[in-house]
Structure formats: C-alpha cells, structure tokens
Ligand binder design. Structure first.
Ligand SMILES: *Cc1c(COP(=O)(O)O)cnc(C)c1O
Length: 337
C-alpha cells in the first residue's frame, strides 16, 4: 500500500546504465510523457531491482524461491493464460481438479457414494481461509435462522498464535475473534481452553498445523474429541477448520499416523499453501471441504458468459494459471515417496 505523492524530492530515477539508450530523465511519480525503447525500459527496471534482496539467499521466508528449470519453462509457457477462463483453457482447469483430488485423498477425505470432497485452488492460504471462514459463517447463519435464533454475533475461536489472515478474516467479515491465550512454555492453542470458549455463536474452531511462530502442530485430535463431547451435550454443531498452510504438505509424509485431517469427523475444511516449503513460487493455495454439504450452495457462483456453466467460489476473478500448473508438476514429479 502506498500513498500517492508527487513531491519533488528524488523526482527522477537514477538510470546510469540505461543512459546509453535514453537521454531524457525518467520521472519517478508521473508517467513519462514519451515512450522509450524496450531495451531501455528493461535496463532501467532491472538495474533498480538489483537493490532487492536475492531470493535464493532468503532463508527467512518459508515461501519457495527456487524451482526446477523444466517447471520454470512450464510457468513461462502459461503466464498468458487467465485461470478464470475455464472454457478456453479446460486442460488447466482439469489440472487444478486433479490437484484438488490428490490433496483431498492425501488428507483422507471420505470418498463414499454419498460423500465427495470439494475444493479449489486459491492465491494462497489467506484466500483459502477467507473462503473457509465464509462457509462456516453462512452455515451457522442458516442453522440459527432455521431455529429462529439471532445471527448478529458470530465468533470464531483460535489460538493467539494464529497467522494474521485470521484476524483479517474476523475484521473484514465481521466475526468476533476469540483467542485462547498462550502461556509460559505452551505456545499453541490449548484444546481444552478453546472448547471452553466455544458458545452457541461460535462458527468454528480454527486449529493450526504448523504454528506460524514455532512450526509446532496443535493437537487437532484432542480438539476433535473435546468438541464432539461438547456438541453432544449442547446440541450445537461447532466444527473444526485446520489451517495446514505450512504443515499440510509435511504431516502426511513425515507423520502419516498423526490424525489431524478428515480422519477426524469434526474437521470440515482444511487449507494448505502450495507455495511453502519448496513447492511452488508464491501465488497458490488450496481449500478442501470434507463434503459438498460443508460448502453452502449459495456461496457458489455460476458463471456462464465465458461458455459453459462454471461453478466458482473465489474472492477474485482473473488470475494466472502458471502456479496451478506448477503445483501439478510438483505432485507428479515428486510423487508420494
Ligand atoms: C503462511 C500462513 C498463512 C498465510 O498463507 P499464505 O499462503 O501466505 O496466504 C496462514 N496460516 C498459516 C499457519 C501460515 O503459516
């Protein structure tokens, strides 16, 4: 975010090496009056970007900074495809659908006759979490309305260690955030305290698999069991979302016996970032709901003006396709082993 300015300090860019191509100065805050040669534009920008850090040396961020050249090639070949245009690019849509299926299977979604997980690609876990939160909020509203109860005070229970996107969800979509305080020596959400905070207005409890602060996994199984008891006592239907942004592609491989996913009946949705831990460059996340019933139908938009009917649930419309293609590359390239 930036405030617009046209202050006259540092009004022009320093374009030392581009000066072989252009004589005119390049204004910093207003659009230049004239065009410039393409090699000059390239030189000006690439020189200035040298002052950014070097992603390959960036060990502080857990977002992918290197991919195999073959995948770079696929990304380059698909940068001009708009993901939303599913009729024009049906194969890209098919690849995203395969990714959703692979992830739903990886997270043990029930696959019975009546049950089918549902999900989609997103820009990252933050968008995925907004969608998951909205689905819980709408489900809760529907349940309350059907019982003739008020719907003006929804809340969500999380640990105080949640990633900022949960605070964003709460503020943007007007849900009270009830945070379980951390304590000395215990830096994740305590399931018992979380369940104590649950009330009739709780849309869901969000657990984190891979706390942003320490990477520690929260005890989703204990949360599931305590919540099951409380729901049985009260007749409520408070369910769990697992924010597996950073653990969703770790736990299934390193701790296959750990029950944190759809094996637990109260886990209704899970998000994971495709771009963490060496998988895909920034710009891809995933959200999967346990069954179709966990995603209220009235949040799904049916777009038909690009061709056939396409159901979508996203916060944005156009976006690039290359991250989804890159995620599919990683799945088939690395396999489960
Ligand atoms: C990184 C992270 C997010 C946000 O994910 P993005 O993919 O960057 O939008 C949310 N929750 C947790 C636990 C995270 O680690």
């Amino acid at each position: 975010m930036v405030l617009a300015t046209n202050s006259d300090s540092e009004e022009h860019l320093h374009s030392t090496f581009a000066s072989r191509y252009v004589r005119a100065v390049v204004p910093r805050f207003t659009m230049p009056n004239n065009s410039m040669p393409k090699d000059a534009a390239y030189q000006v920008i690439s020189d200035e970007l040298m002052l950014d850090g070097n992603p390959r040396l960036n060990l502080a961020s857990f977002v992918t900074t290197w991919m195999e050249p073959e995948c770079d090639k696929l990304i380059q070949e698909s940068v001009n495809k708009n993901y939303v245009d599913m009729d024009e690019y049906p194969v890209t849509t098919e690849l995203q659908n395969r990714c959703v299926n692979m992830i739903a299977n990886l997270f043990h979604a029930p696959m019975g006759e009546e049950e089918a997980a549902i999900g989609c690609g997103t820009v990252g876990s933050s968008e995925a979490i907004m969608l998951a939160g909205l689905a819980f909020k709408r489900k809760w509203q529907q349940r309350r309305r059907a019982q003739g109860l008020p719907t003006d005070n929804p809340n969500i229970v999380t640990g105080a260690n949640v990633q900022v996107c949960w605070e964003k969800f709460a503020r943007y979509f007007e849900v009270e955030l009830k945070e379980v305080k951390l304590s000395e020596g215990y830096y994740v959400m305590d399931p018992a305290k979380a369940v104590e905070m649950v009330d009739e207005n709780t849309i869901c409890v969000a657990a984190i698999l891979g706390s942003t602060l320490t990477g520690e996994f929260e005890d989703v199984k204990l949360l599931n069991d305590l919540l099951a008891e409380k729901n049985a006592e009260t007749g409520w239907d408070v369910a769990i979302h697992v924010d597996a942004a950073s653990g969703g592609f770790i736990a299934p491989f390193l701790y296959p016996d750990l029950e944190w996913d759809f094996r637990l009946p109260w886990v209704k949705s899970i998000n994971v970032s495709g771009h963490k831990y060496g998988l895909v460059y920034a710009g891809v996340g995933w959200i999967v709901w346990r069954t179709k019933d966990d995603l209220p139908e009235d949040l799904v938009f049916h777009i038909n003006y690009l061709g056939a009917d396409q159901p979508t649930f996203t916060l944005n419309f156009s976006k690039g396709s290359s991250q989804i293609i890159a995620q599919y590359y990683q799945f088939i390239r690395l396999g489960f082993e």
